[in-house]
Design a protein around this ligand. Structure first.
Ligand code: FAD
Length: 404
């Protein structure tokens, strides 16, 4: 038996390897990743790592875990082709790997910036530990930082670098922050608080080009001609799934590697999980590709069960968090399609939750600094329980009583 090969040693890949062993899988498990690191947590990169010269990466699992669980972790290896018929992988630079099952956990990468000047030194994006080290080094010598994109990663980086004393300007093309990821009331709250710390924010503004001197970026020029000085420009305009391997192998792609409710791709014995996978979500009935640690790890657990023959359908409750300065945002459920909401708590206190409804069905909750609401929300949605807006208005005690 050749066992399972997992391509991509990020959040999804490492969990898949661990879950295979936990589920009693006895054949070889080979985990291949193209980074030269012990696999690490990504979320801290934008929140703490880049402002602290002494910060260390946080490994997902200690080194002993891989040897102790007989997981053959192979760093610095890039897979460049899948031969689905022969069940074999080509390694860049030569060599091949055979598999019985293949799990694609290739993640996503920052969307490229199609702008004049994008190639200048000092124009960066954040995905990997190597990127984070570069941003940390550059920011030590960068007074003015311009961040392109007002999504979660852009705002986290803005808050982190502002706290480290940089002059930070965010430029977002649409007229609000955080796209459609959160309710407008949450987005404007986040904006106000970031601005109160001195972050400059331009929405409805696009950048026409980046300017440089001696190959190093010096400014971002808006489409109306305003010049924003910049020693560093961080591009955070979204991510694209790493689907090329799968696409060339003939797997069905639909905004990600298309998988069924057991994480199987269109080719038997090839599964896909995490940021790279798209699927019909049980919760909304809509097609999604989610970029979250929860999605990556829960799909990994399910992929292992599919391979070991214990598969059930994917039914995990989606949740996500983001730390932006003094705001801990937590989201549970999927709130698109909501038509009404109830607010608990107080915006001026920087502690509130928004309960989103479609008709009388609770779709999800967005919380700022109310972790109790978030945890209770995970329990409620996990139990398929939809409290009425009146019960929500009674607060946590009423909700706990109704759930019991
Ligand atoms: P990844 O973790 O990206 O792992 C994919 C790996 O595959 C990478 O190492 C890649 O190099 C490798 N790879 C790709 N192609 C190949 C190949 N051909 N051969 C070999 N290796 C390959 N989520 C949250 O829920 N909360 C947060 O607060 C949060 N903060 C984040 C902050 C940052 C800065 C970033 C970048 C992400 C954050 N996320 C957060 C998102 C979360 O980290 C991702 O959803 C998660 O990492 C997805 O896991 P994955 O395994 O699918 O992809």
């Amino acid at each position: 038996k050749n066992g399972v090969v997992i391509v991509g040693a990020g959040h999804a890949g490492v969990q898949a390897a661990a879950s295979l062993r936990e589920d009693g899988y006895d054949w070889p498990v080979i985990l291949v990743g193209d980074e030269n690191e012990l696999p690490y947590h990504k979320p801290p990169l934008s929140k703490t790592f880049i402002k602290d010269a002494t910060a260390k990466p946080q490994p997902l699992r200690g080194e002993a875990f891989y040897t102790g669980s007989a997981i053959d972790y192979r760093p610095s290896i890039r897979i460049e082709r899948i031969d689905a018929g022969r069940r074999s992988l080509d390694i860049a630079g030569g060599g091949a790997l055979a598999f019985d099952h293949l799990i694609l956990a290739t993640g996503s990468r920052p969307r490229a910036l199609p702008l004049p000047g994008a190639e200048l030194f000092g124009v960066v994006s954040l995905r990997s530990l190597a990127d984070a080290r570069l941003i940390r080094d550059l920011s030590a010598h960068s007074e003015d930082v311009v961040i392109l994109g007002g999504g979660f990663i852009g705002l986290e980086i803005a808050a982190t670098l502002r706290a480290a004393g940089r002059t930070v300007t965010i430029v977002e093309a649409v007229d609000r922050l955080l796209g459609r990821a959160v309710a407008p009331v949450v987005a404007s709250h986040v904006r106000q608080r970031l601005e109160a710390t001195g972050v400059r924010i331009f929405t409805g503004t696009s950048i026409a080009r980046l300017e440089g001197e001696d190959g190093h970026v010096t400014a971002a020029i808006t489409s109306s001609g305003e010049r924003l000085p910049a020693h560093m420009v961080v591009v955070g305009i979204g991510a694209v799934p790493n689907v090329e391997l799968a696409q060339e192998a003939g797997l069905t792609i639909a905004n990600g590697i298309r998988v069924d409710h057991q994480m199987r791709s269109s080719v038997p014995d090839i599964l896909a999980i995490g940021d790279a996978a798209s699927y019909r979500h049980w919760f909304t009935g809509g097609d999604v590709r989610l970029e979250s640690v929860q999605n990556a790890t829960d799909q990994a657990r399910l992929a292992a069960r599919t391979i070991t023959g214990h598969a059930d359908g994917y039914s995990a409750v989606p949740w996500f968090w983001s730390d932006i300065g003094d705001m801990k945002l937590q989201m549970v459920g999927l709130t698109s399609g909501g038509d009404s909401h109830v607010v608990l708590g107080d915006l001026p206190d920087n502690k509130f939750s928004i309960y989103h409804y479609a008709g009388d069905r609770l779709l999800g909750i967005e919380s700022v600094n109310r972790p109790g609401d978030h945890m209770l929300g995970r329990k409620m949605l996990g139990a398929g329980f939809s409290p009425t807006p009146e019960t929500v208005a009674e607060g946590p005690d009423g909700l706990k009583a109704a759930l019991a």
